[in-house]
Design a protein around this ligand. Structure first.
Ligand code: GDP
Ligand code: MG
Length: 273
């Protein structure tokens, strides 16, 4: 559930990365953490067992300040994948404003994907969230491995799915931001329809998305821009042939704190406090 704190002018959104064990949920968050400018992110908190499996959840806060002076925090969570943690998954999922479902592309994992998807639907319902009322983006990860579903099969799933579907190699960072971007776009639209984000808080879809994505490193931003193409209000980038890093640098309330390459001048607090 999105939280509004009018007194502190703060808005907090919750996004949950769900999926079977070892599909790459933690890796997605690690990559997002790496890609983002330190000024736009908090510490990635993970609580793992010795075998590197998520015990409760990972948490990565992402934040920015809107032109209208609101502090927007997006909290990215993962769930633990193993069967025994089902009640933990339900608790982490509660109050989510959007879900990224990380599927494992390996053929051998098809059943694990389906089981996780069904458990997610069930957990949403048990949390009082109608599954078709919450934005969901799907990522087929581990495209680099042998014995995975073919691109044609992914395409077929994409054609049938009402959720956006992305292919990814999370360990190389490929497809990670595209997936997050699609989810945030859906989440914004959903929340705007419910709470009139734009009218009440003066945050447009374009500002919302750009505020996050202009904070990725210039090289990554350039790649993203060429993949996502141009979108006027919806994209992380404006159209055109200008230099990628600077074309992402529009309308930023924190611009006076950054140099054109997105690096921090002052290195301190700001929207991060
Ligand atoms: N080959 C390959 N391995 C990956 C990929 N993404 C994650 N992994 C590996 O899969 C394992 C499980 O990843 P993790 O992010 O911990 O999965 P989680 O249980 O969903 O959080 C780790 O060893 C990762 O390095 C990928 O795209 N390709
Ligand atoms: Mg994990």
């Amino acid at each position: 559930m999105v939280q509004f704190n009018q007194a502190q002018r703060e808005i907090t959104l919750k996004v949950v990365y769900y999926g079977p064990a070892l599909s790459g949920k933690t890796t997605n968050l690690q990559m997002i953490h790496q890609f983002l400018d330190p000024q736009a992110r908090g510490r990635l908190m993970s609580l793992d067992t010795a075998d590197d499996r998520t015990l409760f959840f990972d948490l990565l806060p992402v934040f920015f300040k809107s032109k209208s002076g609101f502090k927007v925090k997006i909290k990215l969570y993962t769930v633990p994948g193993q069967i025994m943690h089902t009640s933990t998954r339900r608790i982490v999922l509660s109050g989510a404003d959007g879900v990224v479902f990380i599927a494992d592309s390996q053929r051998a994992e098809a059943k694990a994907n389906n089981d996780a998807w069904r458990s997610m639907m069930e957990n949403l319902r048990q949390n009082g969230i109608a599954p078709d009322s919450i934005p969901i983006a799907i990522q087929f990860n581990k495209r680099d491995l042998p014995n995975v579903r073919t691109d044609a099969e992914i395409e077929e799933i994409r054609a049938k799915s009402k959720e956006p579907v992305f292919a990814a190699v999370a360990i190389r960072g490929e497809g990670v931001l595209e997936t997050l971007f699609a989810l945030l776009k859906l989440a914004y639209r959903n929340l705007n329809a419910k709470y009139d984000f734009e009218g009440k808080f003066g945050i447009s879809e374009g500002e919302f998305l750009r505020s996050v994505f202009k904070r990725v490193s210039p090289a990554v931003a350039a790649q993203l821009q060429s993949k996502l193409g141009s979108t006027r209000e919806g994209g992380p980038a404006e159209s055109g042939s200008g230099p990628p890093a600077s074309s992402l640098d529009v309308d930023d309330p924190l611009d006076d704190r950054t140099t054109p390459d997105g690096r921090s001048k002052t290195g301190g607090g700001g929207a991060a406090s």
